[in-house]
Design a protein around this ligand. Structure first.
Ligand code: 3H9
Length: 692
């Protein structure tokens, strides 16, 4: 086995190589060896410069996240950076891949940085609910300026190699052999006797931001969007230190803030999602199964979902044919897609030539025969079983052998659809979320007959489209919508019991959801849910009555709320209040004041209970899969880790007892604690204990 960290010499240049696949995370053993070799090279009279490089696909992509939550072990990354800074010889970081987090901080501690083209450096700690903890908030603004550093640290997004060069983050882009280029660079430094300034002591880019008011105004742009989260405010506090404190004090402050966050619940929840996201697409019996190559795709239906799905393929560089039944609907769908692209380009999110290329990758037709050579066909027609069955039957006669035939249905039975074809093994569900080109979740629905190759291909395609695929089984509404249904029922009940739409929505937005259920329903269009309920023989007392009055939500200017012309801001409507009060009176219900905490429990605990049933039925493989589905598809606050992780943090005994109490008062059998929840609560365990 190769050593985790090794050193070789090239003349008088020492090359230290880290080799800890897959991403060269700086686990404890790596830190021990790296420190040892840095000190050795610094003290070796035969060595005049040092290069730190990595084997494999990337320079160090950060601290080893699995070590967080355990007591810190010496040496920390800080000790290594201090040893580098104390080195009398130039230390050059040779960057490639994704130098992230602690990896980039290590590079920032070096005297110089060179990078391969295509390198994408960044400080993504904020996505894990923490801040850089090894000097990133101090050294990065000193190199690239405060504005850019703030953007990188507060969004967590990496930058390109070009931007890194232009902003001063790296000193040179090396074409060709990176390590050879880094060695040559180091030799030039030695030969030119360039002084070894430390990044921590550079101040020239901070002089202009001593204006605290301007700093605070820029910071507010980021923290405003981060309600409820601790890390963004901490990141700002640490960055502020760069312009208000001596560097040693600012570094200490950053470290204290980092340690506090890393020990906190929010980071724990976000780390859970980081790993759950990667696990959700893993299916034990798929090991070794090869996904088919996807070179050409087809989407049936040019409506909102169909158009959005086509954009996903076009964005990923895959040509896609969109099929509609008539010319007018096709033109409307393609126009919407083109408008979406133009809007993105106008906002600066896409270069004009790239926009054109993406639009060109989408071809429209009314001839279903055009999908004959597609490697994957995704059906996104009207949500009705007979319509879809008919489409599947026709596709079966046209689509080439070996292609995947997927349905974007959000609740219909995939097995019934599969039986409309003579190749049920090629059929599965690929449930995108609206807007499909934006939302990251992809529920991949495995039917009873779906073959391993079909499933592996759908997962691989999902990844290629930049989605987070989560594999689920067949049941009405799959995982996400099946749980959502419980929440919707409860939200309506709360109205009858005494709340108003704005109260219920505020309870959930305060909890951290971007939107409450009623504002969300207005946005989606109340008629959509109404039609689905009617098809399934279901009712929703208030929503149904609003629809009967022609109040379909934002599109009609009235729904659960009122909307001023052209506005998307919901305003409470006295007519809705009267409607609710009357509906409650007709049912003989005495309305009462409901507290926010009570509403949150009433909305979320029945969903968690349903999650327990879903797990017992094997519809979801793991609790983390349900969490990923809710975070990426339904806006569950990531810093609470998804419903099942949240349930564990609240305690399953408490949830069981509350559900039992709800069942007594509502008489709703679905509130009875699910057997799995009962068992875990009785054993004093959480859902996390179900992991193998
Ligand atoms: C930090 O550095 C704090 C410092 O400021 C303070 C102290 C120094 N640790 O994503 P992939 C695993 S915080 C442990 O599928 P890709 C991952 O779970 C850290 N494991 O590959 C997966 O395992 P498996 C800041 C890690 O090519 C495998 O590697 N850094 C880590 O699509 C492959 O990952 C970050 O937040 C890690 N740091 O994407 C970077 N990273 O195969 C987090 C990955 O068993 N990582 N794994 O499922 C990423 O963003 C992506 O993994 C990366 C590669 C872009 C690097």
């Amino acid at each position: 086995m190769p050593e985790l960290v090794s050193m070789r010499t090239d003349g008088d240049v020492a090359v230290i190589t880290i080799d800890n696949p897959p991403v060269n995370a700086m686990k404890h053993e790596v830190r021990v060896s790296l420190l040892d070799l840095v000190v050795r090279a610094a003290g070796d009279p035969a060595i005049s410069a040092v290069v730190i490089a990595c084997a494999g696909r990337t320079f160090v992509a950060g601290a080893d996240i699995t070590e967080f939550g355990q007591p810190p072990r010496q040496p920390t990354a800080i000790a290594i950076i201090e040893a580098i800074e104390a080195s009398p010889k130039p230390v050059v970081a040779a960057l490639h891949g994704t130098p992230l987090g602690g990896g980039l901080e290590l590079a920032l501690g070096c005297h110089f940085r060179v990078a391969a083209p295509g390198t994408r450096p960044g400080l993504p700690e904020i996505k894990l609910g923490i801040i850089p903890g090894a000097g990133g908030t101090q050294r990065l603004p000193r190199l690239v300026g405060m504005d850019k550093a703030m953007a990188m640290i507060l969004t967590g997004e990496p930058i390109s190699a070009r931007e890194a060069l232009d902003s001063g983050l790296v000193d040179e882009i090396v074409e060709g052999d990176l390590v050879a280029g880094a060695i040559a660079f180091a030799r030039r430094i030695v030969a030119g006797k360039r002084p070894l300034g430390l990044v921590r002591n550079r101040d020239e880019k901070l002089v202009s931001v001593r204006d605290i008011a301007a700093f605070d105004a820029a910071a507010a742009n980021y923290t405003r969007r981060a309600k409820g989260q601790n890390a963004p405010a901490a990141a700002i506090a640490a960055l502020r230190g760069a312009i208000t404190l001596p560097v040693a004090d600012a570094l200490k402050r950053e470290r204290d803030l980092f340690l506090e966050l890393v020990a906190g619940d929010q980071s724990k929840a976000q780390r859970h999602i980081f790993f759950a996201e990667r696990e959700a697409a893993k299916v034990p019996d798929l090991a070794g199964v090869k996904a088919h190559d996807i070179r050409k795709a087809a989407v049936i239906g040019a409506g909102t979902m169909g158009g959005g799905i086509a954009m996903c393929f076009a964005n990923a560089g895959i040509p896609v044919t969109v099929v509609e039944s008539d010319d007018e609907a096709l033109a409307r769908g393609l126009d919407t897609v083109a408008r979406n692209y133009r809007n993105t380009a106008a906002r600066g999110g896409l270069a004009a030539d790239e926009m054109e290329a993406r639009i060109r990758r989408i071809t429209g037709t009314t001839d279903l025969a055009a999908v004959a050579d597609a490697d994957i066909v995704i059906e996104a027609v009207f949500e009705e079983m007979d319509v879809k069955q008919e489409v599947f039957g026709r596709l079966d006669r046209i689509v080439k052998g070996g292609a995947v035939i997927a349905s974007n249905t959000s609740y219909l039975d995939i097995d019934v659809l599969a039986r409309s074809t003579a190749r049920p093994q090629a059929v599965l569900g690929m449930h995108f979320f609206s807007p499909a080109n934006v939302m990251r979740l992809l529920e991949v629905v495995r039917g009873a007959a779906t073959s391993p190759e079909t499933l592996a291909t759908a997962i691989a395609v999902g990844r290629k489209l930049g989605k987070v695929p989560a594999v689920v089984g067949v049941c009405h509404g799959f995982v996400g919508n099946r749980m959502l249904r419980l929440r919707s029922i409860e939200a309506e009940r709360l109205l009858l019991e005494g709340a108003l739409p704005q109260d219920v929505d505020a309870a959930l937005t305060d909890f951290g959801f971007p939107m409450g259920p009623f504002a969300m329903a207005d946005l989606a269009g109340l008629d959509v849910g109404w039609r689905m309920r009617k098809a399934q023989g279901l009712t929703a007392p208030i929503a149904d009555e609003l629809c009967e009055r022609g109040r379909y939500g934002q599109k009609t200017g009235r729904g659960f709320y009122l909307y001023d012309r052209g506005s998307r801001t919901p305003q409470p409507d006295p007519e809705v209040e009267r409607l609710i009060v009357d509906a409650a009176a007709r049912r003989g219900l005495a309305r009462r004041a409901l507290g926010k905490d009570e509403m949150v429990e009433r909305l979320l605990f029945p969903m968690i209970n349903e999650g327990a049933r879903i797990l017992r039925e094997g519809i979801a493989q793991r609790p983390g899969d349900i969490d990923v589905i809710w975070v990426y598809g339904y806006g569950f606050p990531v810093y609470r880790g998804g419903p099942m992780h949240y349930a564990d943090s609240v305690g399953l005994r408490y949830i069981r007892d509350r559900l039992a109490a709800f069942a007594e008062t509502t008489g709703d059998e679905r509130h009875r604690p699910a057997p799995l929840l009962e068992e875990l609560a009785a054993a004093g365990k959480g859902f996390a204990s179900l992991r193998g």
